[in-house]
Design a protein around this ligand. Structure first.
Ligand code: MLT
Length: 413
């Protein structure tokens, strides 16, 4: 993620509707102004003209989160979150300066076109301004350009992304993903300390070769070692799918380290006999054919049909994340998944604030299972994220980000 610009703009009365709210189309215009202002303060408003190209908007996704009113001063923070040969994705986060309220978040995809309207490669001068290409998954465990720290957990070192200040939130990825599955949340969740390790055997972390190097207990103890290394006593634990199973184990082994929980696309049940057989078959595929064959088998059930059809960069990132697993890491995780216990009773004993979220099209941990899981946990909230499959935080980052931010904002400090 490269900063594009931070701009403050005042809302004028003529931009507001009959109710006094900043009009939705006027907000889009404000975003446009923020981009021009950022260019004016940086490389100059004529950056595109002098290179003979133009950024045409191809897709705009915007989430209006709170009304803004005439005379409000809005802070628009713009970052480059994606870049292809001819395309560019900018994220805008809009906050009111007086109370820091989140007013809107938007993601805009631009295609660089020439004077005849044809897509054309981004010229060097513009590419330099946009900064290094944020790779979809952070290439080799790089986490979208952000350098991880290394934490020793005894037999191996883990790569851990640590960003921001505030309440610690520990993000635990699923199988076969890595810490970059949380890249949107790591980049945009404000006022919390975001901590995201690669599990052992994955991405930038070390790979134990011993067969007993992998278990739920080891994964959970690794997370506690990361918290210890960062001087964190209690954290909000946020897990995606297998990340949730690891959190259940952490609850059993280290209940005092859990301040609150966010459980995304996960479930408490152990594997059925048939599912165990599937794990064994996939272990054979991992050992004989490698990471690519594993992810090709899993992909159709991981992402919602709409994601597969319209978000090729997400499909690409899922493949990249799987490639960053070592084969021993895959095999160790598959055994762990196969042998994990049922966590229903563990969840009944939870006494911390809990948010459950699930993609509307999640086939692996479907919405009904998520609702039933939330009912086990006293006071848990449950939300369904529309148009997402098993990877809601990656498929629908805006909707997921809003749920996370709302949940975190009201946590007792
Ligand atoms: C995951 O996303 O971590 C896996 O789908 C978990 C599982 O297969 O049970």
């Amino acid at each position: 993620m490269t900063p594009f610009g931070l701009v403050e703009l005042t809302v004028y009365p003529y931009e507001c509707d009959a109710f006094g709210h900043l009009n939705q189309a006027a907000l889009l215009t404000l975003l446009e102004r923020a981009r021009w202002d950022a260019l004016a303060r940086g490389p100059g408003m004529d950056l595109f003209d002098r290179n003979g190209v133009w950024p045409a908007v191809r897709k705009a996704t915007i989430e209006y989160r709170a009304p803004a009113f005439a005379r409000d001063v809005l802070r628009v923070e713009t970052t480059v979150v994606g870049r292809g040969t001819t395309s560019l994705t900018l994220r805008h986060v809009v906050r009111r300066v007086s109370d820091d309220a989140a007013v809107a978040e938007a993601e805009m995809v631009f295609v660089c076109i020439d004077r005849l309207g044809r897509a054309t490669p981004i010229p060097d001068e513009i590419a330099r301004f946009l900064g290094p290409r944020p790779s979809a998954g952070g290439g080799g465990g790089g986490g979208g350009g952000h350098q991880p720290i290394r934490v020793s957990v005894g037999d191996v070192e883990l790569a851990v992304d640590v960003r921001g200040d505030g309440v610690p939130v520990l993000f635990v990825h699923g199988f076969p993903f890595d810490r970059t599955v949380w890249r949107h949340q790591l980049a945009t969740l404000s006022r919390v300390r975001r901590i995201a390790p690669d599990l052992r055997g994955v991405g930038g972390s070390g790979t134990p070769s011993a067969a007993d190097g992998y278990s739920l207990a080891r994964y959970a103890d690794d997370l506690v070692a990361v918290l210890d290394a960062l001087g964190v006593r209690e954290a909000v634990l946020c897990g995606l799918s297998m990340g949730g199973y690891v959190i259940f184990e952490l609850l059993r082994r280290h209940p005092g380290r859990v301040k609150a929980m966010i459980l995304a696309d996960t479930k408490p049940q152990a594997d059925s006999v048939e599912a165990k057989r599937g794990r064994e078959e996939l272990t054979r595929v991992a050992e004989q054919e490698g990471q690519d064959a594993v992810i090709e088998q899993l992909l159709p059930r991981l992402l919602a049909p709409a994601t597969q059809a319209t978000q090729p960069e997400v499909v690409g990132q899922v493949r990249e994340m799987a490639r960053r697993w070592s084969v021993p890491g895959l095999v160790g995780a598959l055994r762990t998944l196969r042998d994990r216990p049922d966590s229903t009773e563990t969840l009944r004993g939870v006494r911390v604030p809990t948010l459950v979220l699930v993609g509307s099209d999640d086939e692996i941990a479907p919405p009904d299972t998520a609702r039933a899981m939330a009912q086990l946990i006293p006071g848990a909230q449950c939300h369904v994220v529309p148009a997402a499959g098993h990877m809601a935080p990656l498929e629908q980052p805006l909707a997921t980000g809003r749920l996370l931010a709302d949940f975190l904002r009201v946590l007792p400090s």
